[in-house]
Design a protein around this ligand. Sequence first.
Ligand code: TXA
Ligand code: MG
Length: 319
Amino acid sequence: MSNPARFDAGIAAAADALRRGALVGMPTETVYGLAADATSGEAIAGIYSTKSRPRFNPLIIHAFSIEAAMGLGIFPPLARTLAEAFWPGPLTLVVPRQTSAAIADLATAGLDTIALRVPAHPVARALISAFGRPVAAPSANRSGHVSPTTAAHVATDLGGRVAVILDAGPTGIGVESTIVGLTDETPRLLRSGGVPRDAIEAAIGRPLAAPAEASAPVAPGMLRSHYAPAAHVRLNAETVRPGEALLAFGEPLPAGAEQAAATINLSRSGDLGEAAARLFSALRELDGTAATIAVAPIPDHGLGEAINDRLTRAAAPRG
Ligand code: TXA
Ligand code: MG
């Protein structure tokens, strides 16, 4: 993890930018976020326009501590259990919003629920602490693109429209936070992510349900086609066809790998954590090397569930 002292000047400048209503590229342990003052409707409007993000898609509010998060949402007992088990860390909880919460309505898309996360990354924590208020932060990519795991990815997608990008190197986890919905009796897995499902189920002692069909907001992160590179993505490739790029996992490589236009192995040793950390960079790198990226089968347990979720959306027919 990066040492926040190295970032003192940058963090002060970034906190000033947030106070002016400007946007900051903020490293977190999952992916880089596009941070703005969560209490300012104007600052939040800047996030939506910069990302070309639909305004009905609410944002995650990043707080410094469990106590600060509890001032913004109403935490039923299971939410407390999960907050204490996994915060700070790559978990987002969707809970009923406190009516008194000083969060811009635009950040929650006018919903009576709120998505809350206490990030673990020392630079994100230093920024939120210096700013002294919660920040709203979606992933710092153009809407529909692959999430950024380096400062260079943020600059490529959004550079020039962001006041400060804090460069803390590649993110450690590489896929977005797991989102758990706790707005009715049933805990629901709204998005797989950095905390594997089985760890959450073990902490609460019960299984996570699927999202409720009717009540789920139409969220691009949950749309079928999302996280999409320009290239076509072909999943569970047991063989590589001539001219395809190969996204491999473990060894041996699929048949025909020697004729791939380009190859990246997410983890030679078959480590899902390493694979998650490299996933989005690899998709960006392979994009443009071939018309199709063939993806080797990836086990669906642990972090594999989040990896396969993102790959399935990347492979879905475009709208
Ligand atoms: O790891 C992460 O979660 C990163 C880092 C920057 O924290 N952030 C991130 O944000 O992935 P974003 O905006 O790309 O994805 C947030 C997801 C969206 O799918 C949004 O619809 C959902 O959270 N969301 C936000 N508020 C919600 C709510 N009240 N109910 C249901 N879903 C919500
Ligand atoms: Mg996103």
